[in-house]
Write a protein that binds this ligand. Structure first.
Ligand code: PEP
Length: 276
């Protein structure tokens, strides 16, 4: 039993343009009317369950509008944001621009940003810190590569990435306590590969995260921090992952693209949240 609740977040990456986004939400609405368990509304209302979709920038407006038609709340998040509020940064998007659109959630540090677009612990920290200062809720991703896991460096890598996010206890505790910073443990070797971490591997990594928070930030922050698992989560394996006491939800790529599978993940979230 804990008070953290469950968050089911769908990262669409570079998929689902505005038209596909509109279709996704209409179908989600229809399917949810049939398949969403009755107790879900109460769980959403008391904050024990949260849903989030992270579309590409071009689809954000459509998603914000379409989500309003649902009978349950779905937060809409951006996939990244620059740390500066405005300026000469061609191709970038700032928190200020996202706020103008009506957004209050952003993802940072996804391994695809780190691998392909030069994000480092330092730029992830700058993005995360700037967004939190601007009152965004942030889902910050951490996770080891296959080579790092095989070299026995998982704890070391997670610790380095976490330390990078918040170098000092003073700046760190409140954002975990008030739920504005959610962490997502995403082993790089499990993303988009079909190689999900076993529940034991996920639980072990989440314990490392919580131990770090307890030792380096604050014990109540460690207890309160929501830590998601991401990496080839599907409707078939989600229940066993959400059954882990330190796993507080899922960050899902491929299986969040279609309304039927995202809904199946949400229904699993309802059951897990009801049991906490
Ligand atoms: C992700 O994009 O964060 C992710 C976990 O992708 P997938 O579920 O497809 O592995």
């Amino acid at each position: 039993m804990n008070s953290r609740g469950i968050l089911i977040a769908g990262n669409w990456k570079m998929n689902n343009g505005p038209a596909a986004t509109g279709k996704f939400f209409s179908e989600l609405k229809e399917r949810a009317a049939q398949a969403m368990p009755g107790e879900s509304l109460e769980l959403f209302r008391n904050g024990k369950l949260k849903a989030c979709i992270i579309p590409p920038y071009l689809s954000l407006s459509r998603a914000l509008e379409a989500a309003k038609m649902l009978s349950f709340p779905v937060e809409i998040a951006a996939q990244n944001a620059h740390w500066e509020k405005s300026g000469a940064f061609t191709g970038e998007v700032s928190g200020q621009l996202l706020a103008e659109l009506g957004l209050s959630w952003v993802l940072t540090g996804h391994s695809e940003r780190r691998q392909f677009f030069g994000d480092t612990d330092e730029t992830v920290r700058k993005r995360t810190e700037s967004l939190l200062t601007q009152n965004f809720k942030v889902i910050a991703c951490i996770g080891e590569t296959r080579a790092e896991r095989e070299a026995g460096q998982t704890e070391q890598v997670l610790t380095r990435q976490l330390r990078g996010l918040f170098p000092s206890a003073e700046s760190g505790a409140s954002v975990y306590l008030d739920g504005r910073l959610v962490l997502a443990y995403e082993p790089v070797w499990a993303i988009g590969t079909g190689l999900t971490a076993t529940p034991e591997q996920a639980e072990e990594a989440h314990r490392i995260v919580r131990r770090f928070l307890s030792e380096q930030v604050d014990t109540s922050a460690a207890e309160k921090a929501q830590v998601l698992y991401g990496g080839s989560v599907t409707p078939e394996n989600v229940n066993s992952l959400l059954a882990c006491p330190n796993v507080d939800g899922a960050l899902v790529g491929g299986a969040s693209l279609k309304p039927e599978s995202y809904l199946a993940l949400l229904v699993a979230g309802v059951h897990a949240a009801a049991g906490r």
